[in-house]
Design a protein around this ligand. Structure first.
Ligand SMILES: Nc1nc2c(c(=O)[nH]1)N[C@H]1C(S)=C(S)[C@@H](COP(=O)(O)O)O[C@H]1N2
Ligand SMILES: [Mo]
Length: 411
């Protein structure tokens, strides 16, 4: 059994193996076709913001809670202003590669199979899963491309993919069964290497290539450590859009690891590969000399709980509120500027100072006119948000300080 549980180390190793031609189950020819499509710009997600007509997302997407991009919908940050620590399900962002499937929980089965098991495949119904010991965890799901649109609007750089602002992140309380419980029941062998969940949503086809079901492997060490097969989100059964009846939650790893509508879990006795750990979620472009570099980790980000271009009342105290988060660890402090970055003040932490994210607030008396707000967070390891971030063509890991325009008008 491999002991690698660390996202960066695991990704780097699998990428080296894949490049060396050791990959099974995913052809390099498909990859080359796709790279060509990407450089021709064909990967740009269709769908304009706020055109939710025809979105394959099932839950309501009211414009005060969401900005919609085809099969993706991001949370609008003002929707969190008067909320608690968790993101309510009605405003949690949705990222579907194709569309939300409607799965009948009564006939749904989870298949666990592969050469890394001692016995044959097992199948579990939802009722069987619910009879196993359950566990609850508060965990973040964040799309690796969250913040992508700022590469274009702040840095004038071209990127492909959904033009998220900062709302492709959410924190929820998940309840379900530890993946380790299910794997042990299935009879994990000492030869087990990788664990790969796949979704029951339609196959992902891009650039004319059918890449199969959305799936992404993890090392058996991570699978046994803290991964959940979740059937509840904030105390309710999962909504269709968030993976009903059962999704995987992989804490601290990028959002795509947390496979929704889990239908199969393959346990292998050799390294596994999928397009989601070979050509996507890699850093390409001149700023990354080792082309196709894996991520170090998700980065530090901050958001004001305010619309872009919001209007506030001049001459009165406005309480600015926001949240900052880092996959690297808890946030140590957040500095806020209300004058485009000339002067900075330390924001007051609000609520718990450990965990998935840090809430903060700061009072401000704006004069009439246009203002630019900025928030810069630093985590306990000293990772801080830069003014400009390194460009990559797929638009991941935007961690630079975001310039947030507001207008103050006379009362
Ligand atoms: N089966 C399946 N799982 C999936 C996806 C998908 O399209 N299909 N999208 C992934 C991505 S890219 C992200 S960021 C998260 C989003 O989870 P959410 O829609 O519940 O917010 O789900 C991941 N799991
Ligand atoms: Mo994502």
């Amino acid at each position: 059994m491999t002991g690698i549980g660390d996202e960066a180390a695991y990704d780097a190793l699998r990428l080296r193996q894949w490049r060396a031609g050791e990959a099974r189950g995913f052809s390099r020819r498909a990859f080359l076709a796709l790279t060509a499509a990407a450089s021709a710009g064909a990967l740009l997600d269709a769908g304009a913001a706020s055109a939710d007509a025809g979105s394959p997302i099932v839950k309501p997407l009211p414009p005060e809670l969401f900005a919609v991009f085809g099969s993706n919908a991001e949370m609008r940050w003002p929707a969190m202003r008067d909320q608690g620590y968790l993101v309510p399900v009605d405003r949690f962002f949705v990222r579907d590669h194709t569309s939300t499937p409607l799965i009948d929980a009564d006939t749904w089965r989870l298949t666990v199979d592969g050469a890394g098991l001692r016995g044959g495949p097992i199948q579990l119904s939802l009722a069987e899963l619910r009879r196993l010991p359950s566990e609850t965890a508060i965990a973040t799901v964040e799309c690796a491309g969250n913040g992508r649109s700022f590469f274009t609007t702040q840095q004038a750089q071209a990127v492909t993919g959904t033009a998220w602002r900062l709302g492709a992140v959410g924190v929820a309380r998940w309840r379900g069964v530890r993946l380790s419980t299910v794997l042990r029941r299935a009879g994990l062998s000492a030869r087990a290497v990788d664990v790969m969940p796949s979704g029951l949503d339609p196959n992902y086809v891009t650039g004319g290539v059918d890449l199969g079901p959305v799936r992404r492997p993890m090392p058996v060490g991570k699978a046994l450590h803290d991964v959940l097969l979740a059937y509840e989100m904030n105390g309710e059964p999962l909504l269709a859009d968030h993976g009903h009846p059962v999704r995987v939650i992989v804490p601290h790893w990028i959002g795509v690891s947390s496979i929704k509508w889990a239908g199969r879990i393959e346990v292998s006795d050799e390294p596994l590969f999928s397009p989601w750990n070979t050509q996507f979620y890699r850093l390409f472009g001149p700023d990354y000399p080792q082309d196709g570099q894996p991520f170090d980790k998700q980065v530090v980000k901050s958001a004001f709980e305010l619309d872009f271009g919001a209007t506030v009342t001049a001459g009165r105290t406005v309480r600015l509120t926001g949240r900052s988060w880092s996959a690297g660890g808890p946030i140590r402090h957040v500095d806020v500027s209300t004058d485009g970055g000339r002067r900075w003040r330390r924001a007051r932490p609000a609520g718990p100072t450990a965990g998935a994210w840090q809430r903060w607030e700061l009072d401000w008396r704006p004069a009439v006119g246009n203002h630019e707000l900025l928030a810069r967070a630093t985590d306990v390891h000293g990772h801080t948000q830069p003014d400009v971030t390194r460009h990559n063509t797929l638009g991941y890991l935007f961690d630079a300080v975001v310039r947030h325009p507001v207008t103050a008008v006379a009362p």
